[in-house]
Design a binder for this molecule. Structure first.
Ligand SMILES: *Cc1c(COP(=O)(O)O)cnc(C)c1O
Length: 341
């Protein structure tokens, strides 16, 4: 298979059409077999449920080339399970977990020419998604759905290394108590757009969202979970029912405990205690891990001792170990790496 002639190292994080995408249709109460198709356009009714009532959800994962030249993706079964859970919450038909993983493998295989080479920093981003497609005007779930997967090659998330970022405490909330914050619904992102655009306008990289009920506890950012490192090297992550269960975060907590021998803790984290931590980072599929140097709470600056120049020591160890596992230079826990062949 010949690779596409793309400038892998200088690609941005944007959409670029690839050759094939997977489509399966839910109709008459069942999913069809699904197929790989070439057409990247979707035609639907002006009254499609997704357009009127935002009945849509998604997942995100990556395929990449390991040090020894295999094409793999990372824990796709967890993305499958999370979409399964999301669909239950949004009254959408669940796509079977094993079929989801099969479809991911097939779609990556069909776009193998777009999987960036090892060492380029680029990856093939995989976007599974589902939406209600038949006309719905009285508010109710759709009867017909499409489950789709497309892929797009994306450049390194951080060009020239990950510099610590600055985050502000947002005045907006991301999710309601007992709302949809813990599922990957498109609507969670629609309502975060205003907050992120205004944060950028004011010179911040991201928003820290507080728990909406008491606004005293740390939840997450618009698309990444938090990890904090205490001064005695404990890895702490916030616990809340409205945080999206990040696969990267769950993997990093496992790595911290089982590879680095660190103590880990998932508990409520109060805004008031952030000054006690030594390091802070965000985690998610896109960047794996981004160090946070500073959190600004309405003019009050919380500066982490790790500073604004580089990742903290523990953060760096977590990053190196997880990316080593992903790239095949460190042995992975059983079932974490899914080879595309
Ligand atoms: C997708 C997502 C994350 C990151 O999850 P990963 O599985 O690690 O990619 C974190 N927060 C939110 C709100 C998300 O939608």
């Amino acid at each position: 298979m010949e690779k596409k002639n793309l400038d892998w190292a200088n690609m941005g994080f944007g959409y670029r059409k690839t050759d094939k995408r997977f489509v399966s249709t839910f109709k008459d109460n069942k999913w069809d077999e699904g197929a790989l198709i070439e057409d990247d356009m979707i035609t639907m009714s002006e009254c499609a449920c997704v357009l009127q009532y935002a009945q849509t959800c998604f997942e995100g994962l990556k395929a990449y080339t390991t040090a020894d030249g295999r094409i793999v993706c990372f824990r796709p079964d967890l993305n499958a399970q999370r979409m399964f859970d999301t669909c239950a919450r949004l009254e959408m038909p669940q796509y079977p977990v094993d079929k989801f993983v099969e479809a991911v493998v097939k779609t990556v295989k069909a776009n193998e020419a777009y999987v960036p080479p090892y060492g380029s920093g680029a990856t093939l981003y995989i976007r599974p998604y589902m939406f209600g497609i038949n006309p719905v005007i009285g508010v109710k779930p759709a009867d017909e759905y499409q489950f789709r997967i497309f892929t797009t090659p994306v450049g390194p998330y951080f060009k020239g290394g990950a510099k610590p970022i600055t985050i502000r405490v947002s005045d907006f909330d991301r999710a309601a108590p007992r709302g949809t914050g813990n599922v990957k619904a498109g609507l969670n992102y629609a309502m975060s757009l205003h907050a992120i655009v205004s944060a950028h306008r004011e010179g911040f990289d991201e928003n820290l969202y507080l728990d909406p009920a008491t606004r005293t506890k740390v939840e997450e950012t618009g698309g990444a979970n938090f990890l904090f490192i205490s001064k005695d090297n404990k890895v702490v992550t916030p616990k809340s029912d409205s945080i999206l269960p990040s696969i990267t975060r769950r993997s990093l907590m496992y790595v911290a405990e089982n590879y680095l021998g660190l103590e880990v803790e998932q508990r409520e984290v109060y805004l008031d205690e952030l000054t006690d931590f030594a390091e802070c980072c965000l985690c998610g599929t896109a960047a794996v891990l981004s160090p946070v140097g500073k959190i600004v709470d309405h003019g009050r600056e919380i500066c982490f001792p790790s500073g604004m120049e580089k990742m903290g020591t523990i953060t760096q160890k977590l990053y190196d170990t997880l990316t080593g596992i992903q790239m095949g230079t460190i042995e992975a826990p059983k079932g974490w790496i899914c080879e595309i062949k």
